[in-house]
Ligand binder design. Structure first.
Ligand code: SF4
Length: 505
């Protein structure tokens, strides 16, 4: 999972790119990068958080001042393929057949094949282990085949369509074409998000932006125009200082919505709660998903299998689920943890005690709230169980009586091959264990998962798009086979290299 942003206008876009990137920092903390175009590409990228890469403790002398131009791209990276080092940080650029700069969010599933093909057919040696490099090379090699003297949108559609046929998986990409414009395209199933916005300045000049999430636009004063449709290609062409929008999708064409398999995990976990995705606010969708959990829990309470006194969440993404559940069950919601927002991503400590300490530094139970209580603890999902286990342990140490652990997501039984950090089946607890076995393993008195059927029913009724639920039900929207599972899983292990990051769940 990554965050992308692209802006084209008449003024310098650098500070808007920086501020927009800060708003989507939650989508990736491994590296950050910005490229602008001002006769040449001006590129800066590095390892770490956005402010660490660009401000270097001093706004006045920041490297941002060296990035100039009225179009640019920005990226934050969470590595699921490729190591989290500078070599794999985005954006990437090439100088043929035009100057091209590209960012993406997603994962290719045929990256191993593509590497071979690019080497054999185009003599391209891929230098990074980031699949964006492959997309860029495929796109550039298709662009090389056309007459470039008078590049137009029809030619670009042909190039992108051929690129889309050669690359498989999930991707939202933004490309700057030097001296020409800004191009956005998504995979044919629209698995990863991308929104488009527009801003008209006081002097009447217009700018366009594309981003992974609409929350960027709120900060930058852009109006959200649309979510890109599956396979959509939008090109903002600059001609004699004017901007022209081209799209391959007719506004009234509703058929392509059927092709969509939008990642449901954007609503469940990744997107920020203030974002609007496909017309719906993420916080509101989470509250509805939380309410769904009540159906089963009501009967568990009625049958006296559990007797919760309060509902708390695992901060902070699970708040709206807990809030919705609290309303539906009429059980008091309480804030059970104090969270230290200044502790970033932490390395796994070699011992269980060390791991527990790390979690305790981030999340400290409020004893006066949890002591002597039976608690429904709500989290967005339960993937590997590491964090849940320690959370339950520190709650019990703080005096909690019984703990019922509730996952707002259904059991994750299948790996994600589309860029979400659960690409190895063996690490997924629910792939082999049932609720009772998981409860025993993580030390909870009970564990409850969201019902997959209820979730799908609700989404089909409320959401305006079809969603991907493959990690729950194994129905992948693109071709997958054992080879692909093995490749994606291997890359994930390699990407972790010597870095033993804290397993998030
Ligand atoms: Fe999202 Fe799961 Fe589909 Fe991956 S498999 S894209 S996490 S819904």
């Amino acid at each position: 999972m990554c965050g992308i942003l692209g802006i084209i206008g008449s003024q310098n876009v650098t500070h808007d790119l920086y501020n927009g990137l800060m708003a989507i920092q939650h989508r990736g903390q491994d590296s950050a990068g910005i490229v602008t175009f001002d006769e040449t590409f001006k590129l800066k990228k590095g390892i770490g958080l956005v402010k660490d890469v660009f401000l270097e403790n001093n706004f006045e002398n920041s490297s941002l001042n060296k990035l100039t131009g009225n179009m640019g791209l920005a990226h934050v990276r969470y590595s699921t393929i490729g190591t989290p080092d500078e070599l794999n940080a985005q954006p990437f650029t090439v100088s043929y057949p035009f100057g091209l700069a590209m960012v993406h969010n997603g994962n290719l599933t045929n990256f191993v094949n593509l590497k071979d093909i690019l080497y054999k057919e185009n003599h391209r040696l891929v230098s990074s282990s980031c699949d964006l490099e492959l997309i860029l090379y495929v796109f550039a090699s298709e662009l090389e085949k056309i007459d470039l003297n008078n590049l137009n949108f029809e030619q670009l559609v042909e190039v992108v369509t051929k690129t889309q046929k050669r690359i498989s998986g999930a991707y939202s990409t933004l490309t700057m074409i030097a001296n020409n414009g800004l191009l956005a395209f998504t995979d044919p199933h629209g698995i990863r998000p991308m929104v488009m916005g527009e801003k008209i300045d006081d002097n009447g000049s217009i700018s366009y932006a594309f981003a992974s999430e609409s929350t960027c636009f709120d900060y930058l004063g852009y109006k959200l125009i649309k979510d890109l449709a599956p396979g959509e290609i939008i090109y903002i062409e600059r001609k004699e200082d004017k901007l022209f929008i081209h799209s391959n999708i007719n506004k009234n064409d509703k058929n392509n919505k059927k092709e969509q398999y939008f990642c449901i995990f954007e609503y469940i976990y990744f997107a920020r709660e203030d974002s609007i995705i496909h017309g719906l606010n993420v916080a509101k969708v989470r509250e509805s998903i939380g309410k769904l959990l009540a159906t089963r829990l009501k009967s568990e309470i009625a049958n006296k299998n559990i007797s919760p006194d309060i509902i708390i969440e695992v901060p902070s993404s699970a708040f709206y689920f807990a809030w919705g559940l609290s309303k539906a069950l009429s059980i008091e919601y309480a804030k059970g943890f104090a969270k230290n927002n200044f502790i970033g991503r932490s390395f796994i400590k070699p011992t269980p005690a060390g791991r527990k300490n790390t979690i305790k530094q981030k999340l400290n139970p409020i004893k006066e709230i949890v002591r002597d209580k039976n608690i429904l603890v709500v989290d967005d999902s339960l993937v590997r169980g590491n964090t849940s286990k320690h959370i339950i342990s520190i709650l019990k140490e703080a005096g909690a009586k019984e703990i019922y652990f509730v996952s707002a997501a259904p059991p994750i039984k299948h790996p994600c091959v589309y860029g979400i950090d659960m690409s190895t089946k063996t690490e997924l607890l629910a792939a082999t264990l049932d609720e009772n076995q998981i409860a025993k393993l993580i030390g909870a008195d009970k564990v409850y998962f969201q019902s997959i059927d209820q979730l799908i029913n609700m989404c089909e009724m409320r959401l305006k798009v079809n969603c991907c639920y493959a990690c729950f039900n194994g129905k992948y929207p693109t071709h997958v086979d054992d080879r692909i599972f093995a490749d994606v899983s291997n890359e994930r292990h390699l990407s972790q290299g010597n870095y033993e990051y804290e397993c998030r769940k």
